[in-house]
Design a protein around this ligand. Structure first.
Ligand code: PLP
Length: 300
């Protein structure tokens, strides 16, 4: 049975202190709720160790500055807070969600005086691979929604406002019987899914769309490094739908789901299906191995 996220026990770190999970509430007149100006991260801990901690916390700070505010906590303070949250909740393998937002000083468009709040929650959220279901793969639906041009929104930021596009696209995909959506950019090139980056294998090369206008994923960068270690040529470039259709293998990468094979793409022009290919399998296995590797080896 699904238990709503506010109806759970445990502890959440809020503005410098661990508080009971159920008390981590906001006022309805919170600027970020009205204007969409929160920035967040999705991180994972494996065996008690936070995976790729530094790039995630650096991206959180970068996202905040793209939204014209500064985090009131340092990288080290946030790292310590994450450790405290994992300890307080008795978690070794966990999904971690730090979030920063403008508070209740105003709900006007401008709010330069707003207090910046930061919270960190963590919970048990096993991936398909951890459940032994990674081989099943996912089906993507070509969305009618597109990623905005980078000069129309802070597309490099992991900010809450941009995620309404993903919610709409994911709802469309679910209605079409798919697991997730594939979004194009405003020029019609392949961008990403609603919560992961896309990688394809073509003639033994690993290809991924250049992240101009969508999130430059930390998992994707890590996978690109793993692929190079395997001797694969890795290309970041514009990817057309035709190039995607011609790919031998396709998979997605993101913190929440790790690596997931794509087994089908549904478009108005029909369905393209892929097997779970050997390069995908190799990189999924390399990824799982890197999770338990010493920290120096996992830096992307
Ligand atoms: C829209 C979107 N794209 C890509 C990603 C993958 O990014 P990462 O690998 O840094 O988790 C995420 C997840 O954070 C995402 O939300």
């Amino acid at each position: 049975m699904f238990i709503p996220l506010d109806d759970r026990d445990g502890h959440i770190w809020l503005d410098g202190a661990l508080i009971p999970w159920r008390d981590a509430r906001l006022h309805v007149l919170t600027h970020a709720l009205h204007m969409g100006g929160a920035v967040f991260e999705g991180m994972r801990a494996y065996g008690g160790r936070v995976f790729l901690n530094t790039p995630h916390l650096e991206r959180l700070a970068r996202s905040a500055s793209l939204l014209d505010f500064h985090l009131p906590w340092t990288h080290d303070q946030l790292s310590e807070a994450i450790e405290a949250v994992l300890d307080a909740n008795g978690l070794a393998d966990a999904y971690i969600r730090p979030i920063a937002w403008r508070g209740t000083e105003s709900v006007s468009i401008a709010s330069p005086q707003a207090r910046i709040h930061v919270a960190i929650a963590a919970w048990h959220w096993p991936t398909a691979a951890a459940r032994g279901e990674a081989d099943k793969g996912i089906r993507l639906h070509l969305s009618t929604w597109r990623r905005p041009r980078p000069d129309t929104a802070p597309t490099a930021a992991k900010c809450s406002g941009l995620y309404m596009i993903g919610t709409l696209a994911r709802h469309q995909a679910m209605a079409a019987g798919c697991d997730d959506a594939l979004l194009l950019d405003s020029d019609g090139h392949v961008a990403e899914t609603t919560a992961t980056n896309l990688l394809l294998v073509h003639d033994g090369r690993l290809i991924t769309p250049t992240a101009t206008g969508f999130l430059d994923g930390i998992t994707k960068r890590h996978v690109m490094a793993l692929a190079r270690q395997r001797g694969l040529t890795v290309e970041e470039r514009r990817v057309s739908l035709d190039t995607l259709r011609a790919a031998d293998e396709v998979f997605t990468a993101g913190t929440s789901v790790e690596l997931q094979p794509v087994v089908a793409l549904l478009t108005d022009a029909g369905t393209r299906e892929w097997p779970v290919g050997p390069v995908t399998r190799q990189l999924m296995s390399d990824f799982r191995a890197s999770i338990t590797a010493p920290a120096a080896r996992v830096a992307a």
